[in-house]
Structure formats: C-alpha cells, structure tokens
Design a protein around this ligand. Structure first.
Ligand SMILES: C[S@@+](CC[C@H](N)C(=O)[O-])C[C@H]1O[C@@H](n2cnc3c(N)ncnc32)[C@H](O)[C@@H]1O
Length: 248
C-alpha cells in the first residue's frame, strides 16, 4: 500500500519531523544535491556572505542537519555551533570532521547565554519548526545587538512560466526522486511543508516583532529559494511571544 504523505499539526509536528530526518539522514546530502540540481551549496555560500561571517565570530546554525551550512561558515575561521534535534542528522555532521561543535537541542530552547552570538544562520529549517515566532525570539535572545540573522528557505517563483515549471518539478518530480532513492513519505512532505511558511510580509512582521530590524530578502534562482537577512536591534526587551504555537 502507498504511504500517505502526512502534514502533521502543531501537536505532532516536532515528533514527526524529528523521526523523518532521523530516517533520511544517511542519504540526505546526496538527495539535496540532486533535487537542487547542485545549486544548494552555492545558496549556502551566499548565506554565509550575507551573514558577514568572519574569523573569531560566534555563529549558531539552527537546524544544522548534516552540517553543510556549518562547514561553510567554519571555513571563515568562525566558531560555529550546529544545533539540531535529530540525533542521526547530527551523527552525520560529526562524521564529516567539520571544525565545529554540535548540540542536540530544540531550536526553540537554545542552550546559550543571552547575547552570546554574532550571527544566527539557518538553512532550509524554518518551515520545519513548530513555532517560528519562538525560534525567532530565541535567535534574538542569543544574538548581541547588531548581530545578524540569515535564513535560507525554499520559495516560489513569481514569473508565470517559471512558477509552472517549478511547480511540476517540486511537486511531482522531487517526490518521485525521493521515493526512488530515499523515503517516499519524507519527500512527499517536502513540497507540502511549504504551506508552513509565512509569506514575505508576514515573515518580515514576525522577524521585526522578535526584535530585529533592517529585514531584507534576496531571491535565488528566479525565486526557487530565498535568503532573508535581518539585524538584531539594540535594546534588551524580551520579545518572547505569549503563545508558542505557529498559525498553520
Ligand atoms: C531540511 S533540514 C536542513 C539541514 C541543513 N540546515 C541544510 O542546510 O541542509 C532541516 C533540519 O532542521 C532540523 N529541525 C527541525 N525542527 C527543529 C527544531 N525544532 N529544533 C532543532 N532542529 C530542528 C531537522 O532535524 C533537520 O535536520
């Protein structure tokens, strides 16, 4: 019988997402290269540049997975700590010998003191978080004033033709490739998980409410992906949201 692709609600999401990434960890990197047509590492390099990461910076990589973004950040000479709640993804990162530290933790409850980091980065993890406002508030807490937040995420092209071609590729071909080479349910979840993402205006509003300013967005590859950058505002107000459930 075919496995039905599930889009879990907030109550189940953390457990379902963690189990899914633990399952796909062994083939995660290969599938990433393949389904992004080898563009994903270039996007991560641009994110590292957008975050202005350099030697001596303290960098936290949220939802670091097998460590691709952490590795590129670490190459600059920064002190990078990758955070992920899926043990098998972190095990993959550890095996690569990347010069970084790894912490198994939920991105919504970070084990760092306030104002510890110069930059918080996150690659393709935002839509997987149960509560985006909670993760943004934690990012604001651990960043010092002027610290940079840089998020890479998937996006939807605005140009009609590109949008249609992208929809066929992302919604039909990617799940089939995933089913063939890795895990059917996980790669059916991938296009569906886009519905967890707020649109650009709402994401900007959430980022600003968490205590950031100068929010900007860079479209990549005609809008197939995006880099969102913001700067931690001065001031120590606690921007933690009252409710930790994300509207979906
Ligand atoms: C699509 S992968 C991205 C991995 C990596 N950043 C990359 O660029 O390939 C998303 C990662 O976020 C992690 N993740 C999702 N929700 C999380 C949470 N609440 N706390 C920590 N990690 C989380 C998953 O375990 C997974 O490894």
């Amino acid at each position: 019988m075919k496995e039905r692709p599930v889009l879990p609600d907030a109550a189940d999401k953390a457990a379902v997402v963690r189990a899914m990434f633990d399952r796909i960890a062994p083939r995660y990197d290969v599938l990433n290269r393949l389904i992004s047509l080898w563009l994903d590492q270039g996007w991560r390099r641009r994110a590292v540049r957008a975050a202005g990461i350099g030697a001596g910076d303290r960098v936290i990589d949220l939802g670091c997975g097998t460590g691709d973004l952490s590795a590129l950040a670490a190459r600059t000479g920064a002190w990078v700590v990758g955070v992920d709640f899926a043990g098998q993804m972190l095990a993959g990162a550890r095996r690569r010998g990347i010069r970084a530290d790894w912490v198994q933790s939920d991105a919504g409850r970070l084990p760092f003191p306030s104002a510890w980091a110069d930059a918080v980065v996150s690659g393709f993890a935002l839509r997987n978080f149960v509560s985006i406002p909670t993760v943004l508030a934690e990012s604001a807490r651990v960043l010092q004033a002027g610290g940079r937040l840089v998020l890479i995420e998937v996006d939807t092209p605005t140009n009609g033709l590109l949008r249609r071609a992208h929809a066929v590729y992302f919604n039909r071909i990617v799940p089939q490739l995933g089913a063939l080479l890795s895990d059917a349910a996980a790669y059916a979840y991938l296009p569906r998980s886009v519905s967890y993402l707020p649109d650009s205006r709402e994401l900007q509003r959430l980022i600003e409410s968490a205590g950031f300013e100068r929010v900007s967005k860079q479209r990549l590859c005609g809008g197939a992906a995006q880099i969102v950058r913001a700067v931690r505002a001065e001031g120590s107000a606690d921007h933690r949201p009252q409710h930790s459930t994300q509207k979906m």
